[in-house]
Design a binder for this molecule. Structure first.
Ligand code: BYC
Ligand code: FE
Ligand code: FE
Length: 475
């Protein structure tokens, strides 16, 4: 078990050739996916040889193989983690029963909706990142971008397989629609807010992969608990790939900070306009980007009180982060949870039934996890002997979804009026001028081992290759 059959048109470890009808349906979807990739995938560099990892097995030890691939030839496939023998439902109303190998009729619409929402984010992120290859600060970074892009494409395959295999005709229609929506398009946008924002520069890309891919980590972990076993197995394998995406984000931001601090020390300057004269990104702008990406990502967890969330949990469709390690009854019926509410423009705590607050529970787990990287980024600034510190803004800052969308708050959490907000928003969130400045730095560096002025080299290369390896070969 675990190994992947690459002799087939669609690589897979799900015995696809034992179901001819399904195989044909997916082989019909495949050229549409490739057309979408051609239109909306990375711009400009599709025919280059890229040093990519490809999954060869779903075993945690040695699951990937590295080699040069042209992106359109990447072997996108369908990979599931091995089935766990005698796996039981371990939360919600069906606790203790066997997990489902098929979709129970009464949960069909909700499961489809969860899978479609998850699936929609994957191509959306590729669309958001499609121009970044034209301005990569090094071949190392270019390769990492492309690695993430092909894997998000594979995550789309993972959800499309579930739709085709378990949801019949409406599943196939949803799979087609996943290739039709477009990030940021007014008529037919992607489903969730953050996936319709632009990712116009590499600072935005690294913030996105640090924060928004981390929403992926938490949502996938919650889905890995699902009683619908194929969803659990699929998402468990996706999580293996996700780790690298967040690594790219964390180290990318860290390397930008490191370079900025180096130049600040060398030239003994601290004021943002002077820092910019050195061709690096001032720490204040980094903080504003952080505020933006963090707050739009918090919105991805949904409303703080959600009857959907309660129903997803009670019926066993979606668990909590690390459900199995929590010491409670895993039904949560009589429990309550404190959330923030807005009263007369002020924030107050409010106790609500925990089942209805499960989006908030997951959001809080995400917040704790996000803090780790901020601490590590601050260590870089501290080591340079500079007083500046990055912080996560208040949870209610710049929110558009849920109760907290009803209040204006400073990043520190102070309620402000609409006019105060308008007067200060340029200090708190990236301005058009900030973005223009950052974009002005974005010039492709294509010589192996060379890095743009505004970012430090990484500490190590990919897969034990040297930092100056030719990670992308231009043809
Ligand atoms: N933008 O009751 P609520 C990833 C809608 S990222 C726009 O709270 P629910 C990745 C909501 O649809 C992981 N609309 O909803 C990362 C609902 O609409 P209706 C993605 C939003 O269902 C980087 C209404 O507001 N996976 O993998 O409890 C690169 C009421 O909301 C938003 C998942 O999200 C928003 N931000 O919670 C690549 C997992 N938020 O019904 C990939 C699957 C909410 O009133 N999804 N709405 O029309 C879910 O579990 C849930 O759908 C959500 C929303 C947690 C997202
Ligand atoms: Fe993904
Ligand atoms: Fe990802």
């Amino acid at each position: 078990m675990g190994s992947i059959d690459y002799s087939q048109k669609i690589p897979n470890n799900v015995n696809l050739n034992s179901d001819r009808k399904l195989q044909r349906a997916l082989e019909n979807w495949q050229p549409n996916f490739l057309d979408w990739w051609g239109d909306m995938g990375p711009e400009g560099a599709q025919m280059n040889d890229v040093y990519l990892r490809t999954a060869i097995s779903t075993e945690p030890s040695g699951w990937a193989n590295f080699g040069y691939v042209k992106m359109p030839d990447y072997r996108w496939g369908i990979f599931m983690a091995d089935q766990v023998q005698d796996r039981r439902i371990h939360f919600g109303e069906h606790k203790g029963k066997e997990v489902w190998q098929d979709v129970p009729g009464e949960h069909r619409a909700n499961l489809r909706r969860i899978i479609v929402t998850q699936g929609d984010t994957e191509p959306a992120s590729v669309e958001q990142q499609r121009l970044l290859g034209l301005t990569a600060p090094s071949l190392y970074d270019l390769r990492n971008l492309f690695q993430i892009n092909v894997e998000e494409g594979r995550h789309l395959w993972a959800m499309v397989y579930l739709l085709h295999r378990y949801f019949g005709r409406d599943g196939r229609e949803e799979a087609d629609a996943l290739l039709e929506r477009r990030s940021g398009q007014v008529d037919n946008p992607r489903i969730l807010g953050a996936f319709n924002e632009q990712t116009p520069d590499w600072l935005a890309f690294f913030m996105f992969t640090y924060f928004t891919d981390r929403d992926g980590k938490f949502q996938l972990n919650a889905l890995a608990e699902s009683s619908f076993d194929p969803l659990s197995r699929t998402t468990r394998f996706m999580l293996t790939e996700e780790t690298h995406h967040m690594f790219v984000g964390e180290t990318g931001v860290s390397r930008i900070i490191q370079r900025t601090c180096e130049m600040m020390k060398k030239h003994n300057v601290e004021a943002p306009d002077q820092v910019r004269k050195l061709g690096v990104i001032d720490l204040q702008t980094i903080q504003r980007y952080l505020n933006f990406h963090y707050s739009v990502t918090l919105d991805l967890f949904g409303a703080d009180q959600s009857s959907n969330a309660a129903m997803f949990y009670s019926s066993g469709l979606k668990g909590r982060y690390k459900e199995g390690m929590r010491k409670d009854d895993h039904e949560l019926k009589d429990q309550s949870y404190k959330i923030l509410d807005v009263q007369d423009g002020k924030l107050v705590e409010k106790e609500v039934p925990m089942l209805n607050a499960l989006n908030e529970v997951l959001r809080n787990d995400f917040i704790v996890d996000s803090e780790g990287g901020i601490g590590r980024w601050n260590k870089v600034i501290e080591a340079a002997g500079l007083p500046f510190r990055l912080t996560l803004p208040h949870k209610a800052f710049n929110r558009q979804i849920g109760t907290l969308s009803g209040v204006h708050l400073s990043p520190e959490g102070k309620p402000v009026s609409e006019s105060e907000w308008n007067a200060s928003v340029g200090e708190w969130m990236p301005t058009a001028e900030d973005r223009e400045y950052v974009v002005s730095l974005m010039k492709a560096v294509t010589e192996p081992g060379k890095f743009a002025n505004w970012i430090s080299p990484p500490r190590v290369g990919i897969n034990k290759q040297p930092i100056d390896a030719e990670y992308v070969r231009f043809n």
